[in-house]
Ligand binder design. Structure first.
Ligand SMILES: CC(C)(COP(=O)(O)OP(=O)(O)OC[C@H]1O[C@@H](n2cnc3c(N)ncnc32)[C@H](O)[C@@H]1OP(=O)(O)O)[C@@H](O)C(=O)NCCC(=O)NCCS
Length: 227
């Protein structure tokens, strides 16, 4: 496996939920120590997060120099991961190497190819011959089957099933519980809503949304014998 595994201490970009989770996972399940958080000066509110200092991004290198510290950009999927991708570029241009985390509670194999600024949470099953690009977040409990290729800047929510030989184009968002049949290709910036079932390749900039369950018109108390 590759993708920036190292003992170097870390500065996390962001202070939101994902940043707090990143702090927790890196702290409890990696060899890295989180030293500080950083946010854009326009977003600066508190000077501490999780008991650690928060610095404005424009001055973070004065105390946490890129020669000594790596960075992890902990932003979500806003604008199909564009915001996170841009911040990764900015951090790299400031000289930071970007850290990748793969949960020890996921199943992976030694040949996994994975880029920088990836975050793979617990309970994922990632089979052999998988390639994951840069800046890919995979939440918990998904199957990434053999020979799958995931391009840069994607976000895969919990419990997706990605069958063998699927290719996922850059900046795609795969919603919770989505299912992708084998050997298809998702074009760049494909959006799959929660529970989508995709059985054919998609064009770029397309969205696939599953129908939500409808209110059944029968009161829940009439169904209590089922519960
Ligand atoms: C599909 C999804 C992205 C839409 O979310 P949203 O942006 O909040 O959607 P909204 O309800 O505001 O709808 C936006 C538009 O899409 C349309 N739309 C939403 N769901 C639709 C569906 N199933 N079919 C057709 N149109 C739909 C709405 O009518 C609305 O159109 P309008 O602006 O013309 O009224 C969302 O339902 C979803 O599946 N999100 C993924 C959840 C997930 O995986 N979360 C895990 C994060 S870790």
């Amino acid at each position: 496996m590759n993708g920036g595994q190292s003992d170097r201490p870390l500065v996390i970009f962001g202070v939101g939920e994902l940043a707090q989770l990143a702090y927790y996972y890196f702290t409890h399940d990696s060899s890295r120590r989180v030293a500080a958080f950083t946010v854009d000066r326009t977003h600066f509110r508190e000077n501490q997060c999780m008991g650690l200092p928060v610095l404005a991004f424009d001055e973070v290198d004065t105390r946490y120099a890129p020669e000594e510290y790596d960075m992890f950009v902990a932003l979500g999927y806003t604008r199909l991961n564009q915001v996170r991708a841009e911040k990764c570029l900015e951090a790299k241009s400031r000289g930071y190497r970007l850290a990748t985390y793969v949960s020890s509670r996921s199943v992976t194999w030694p040949d996994l190819t994975i880029g920088e600024n990836c975050f793979i949470m617990e309970g994922n099953v990632i089979q052999p011959f998988v390639r994951i690009g840069n800046n890919v977040i995979i939440w918990c409990g998904s199957l990434v089957s053999h020979h799958v290729e995931i391009d840069d800047n994607c976000f895969i929510a919990a419990h997706a099933v990605i069958s063998g030989h699927v290719k996922i184009g850059a900046h795609s968002f795969i919603g919770i519980n989505a299912t992708l049949r084998d050997k298809i290709t998702l074009g760049e910036r494909t959006l799959l809503g929660a529970g989508a079932l995709v059985t054919a390749s998609t064009d770029e900039n397309t969205a696939y949304l599953a129908a939500s369950s409808q209110e059944a018109g029968v009161p829940s108390y009439r169904l209590q014998s089922l519960l």
